[in-house]
Each structure stands twice: as structure tokens, then as C-alpha cells.
Design a protein around this ligand. Structure first.
Ligand code: ADP
Ligand code: MG
Ligand code: MG
Length: 199
């Protein structure tokens, strides 16, 4: 079972990882975007960590709802509302239980990913964060390590795709040959979850 502290540690691990990888995420957003993905998420997750320290929400659901709200209010780019929706919807699906099982988390994350698809209109294969998140959620039944591997493979597999959503889609065929920054950051989020579960 996973309690609020586990979810706070997951968000802290994500903040640290996004902070460490910010330059790489921004570099990926340079050829097929506007070179701000790393700084967008860095700002967003630093705000998430600050809010979680200040408010210390008592349940897993409340941790993710607060995190999602922070991302929506601090990240101007497309990724803010999308990641914000992912965490907020996942948090809402967890309800107000003090502890949740791995299976409940997997189900809630699926609801979160579906909300992102509804909000952004992206499907698998459109070269977005969805290409890392859907395989991760599909693999979560086999464990956190499997989800991490699936997300990382999903991010790498965006390289040969042509973008059909977001800023990169404006480039048409010229978006081919570059790894999607949002799929890459989604793999960091899933890796942080796997690390937190393994610690
Ligand atoms: P912006 O494009 O506004 O500068 P970011 O650079 O922070 O925002 O985020 C870009 C990432 O957001 C993309 O790499 C992609 O993964 C994701 N993204 C953009 N539009 C969508 C969408 N409609 N659905 C899902 N993900 C999207
Ligand atoms: Mg950008
Ligand atoms: Mg931008």
C-alpha cells in the first residue's frame, strides 16, 4: 500500500529528475518546438515541491490534486495543463483514501492518461507524451520497473514519427527524426515512480 508520503516522495523525485534533465528536455524542444520544455517543467515541479512542503496534504489523492493544480497555474506551455490534468485527474480517481494499492494506482493513472487524451486530442502515435504514458500504464500491471521500461521505449519510439499534435505538428514531415520532449519528460515521471517504489 502507498500513503501520502510515498506520493510526496514521488513528486520530489520527479522534481529532482526534471531539474537535472532540464537542459536535455529544452534541447529536445529546440528542433521541433520553442526550446522551453525543460524550463517549463523545472518551474512547474519546483512549484509543486514548494507547495507540497508548505501544505503537506494528508492523502495520496490530495498530493496529486495539489501537484496538478500547481502545474496548471505555473506552466504557461501546452505541457502545464496536460501534466496538470494527468496528476489532478489521477488524484481525483484515488479519492480520499489514506493508502492506495498498486492496482488502485494503476487504475487511477489510466483515468489520468485518458483525461490527457481527451483534453489534448492526441492518440498513441501522434508523437506526444501519450506515446510514453499509454505504454507505461499498460505495463503497470507487471510492476513499476516494467512501466518504466515501457515509457522509456515509448519515448525513444517517437523519433521516427511525424507529429500530429502540439507545436511540433506545425513542422509536418520535418518533425520526423527527433525524439519528442514531452514523451521524454513523461518517461522521467514514470522512472521517478519506479525509483520511489524501489527505494
Ligand atoms: P509548448 O509546446 O507550449 O512550448 P512544452 O514545450 O512545455 O509546451 O511541451 C511540449 C510537449 O507537450 C510536446 O513535446 C508534447 O509531448 C506535449 N504536447 C503538446 N501538445 C499535446 C497534445 N495536444 N496532447 C498531448 N501532448 C501534447
Ligand atoms: Mg515548448
Ligand atoms: Mg512554449
Amino acid at each position: 500500500m502507498f500513503d501520502a508520503d510515498f506520493f510526496r516522495r514521488w513528486m520530489a523525485a520527479t522534481t529532482a529528475s526534471v531539474d537535472r534533465e532540464a537542459e536535455r528536455l529544452t534541447a529536445l524542444d529546440s528542433p521541433i518546438g520553442d526550446a522551453d520544455h525543460g524550463s517549463n517543467l523545472q518551474r512547474g515541479f519546483l512549484a509543486v515541491s514548494a507547495a507540497l512542503e508548505k501544505e503537506a496534504p494528508a492523502t495520496p489523492g490530495a498530493v496529486l490534486v495539489l501537484a496538478g493544480r500547481q502545474l496548471i497555474s505555473t506552466v504557461g506551455g501546452a505541457s502545464g495543463p496536460l501534466y496538470g490534468t494527468l496528476l489532478r485527474r489521477t488524484g481525483k480517481a484515488l479519492g480520499d483514501a489514506a493508502e492506495v494499492s498498486a492496482e488502485q494506482l494503476a487504475q487511477a493513472l489510466r483515468a489520468g492518461v485518458e483525461a490527457v487524451m481527451q483534453l489534448g486530442g492526441a492518440a498513441p502515435g501522434d508523437k506526444t507524451m501519450i506515446d510514453a504514458l499509454v505504454p507505461a500504464v499498460d505495463a503497470l500491471g507487471e510492476g513499476f520497473a516494467a512501466a518504466r521500461t515501457a515509457a522509456e521505449q515509448g519515448a525513444v519510439a517517437t523519433t521516427p514519427l511525424q507529429a500530429r499534435k502540439g507545436r511540433a505538428s506545425y513542422l509536418g514531415e520535418r518533425s520526423i527524426g527527433h525524439q519528442d520532449p514531452g514523451a521524454t519528460s513523461s518517461a522521467l515521471l514514470v522512472a521517478a515512480l519506479a525509483d520511489t517504489a524501489a527505494a
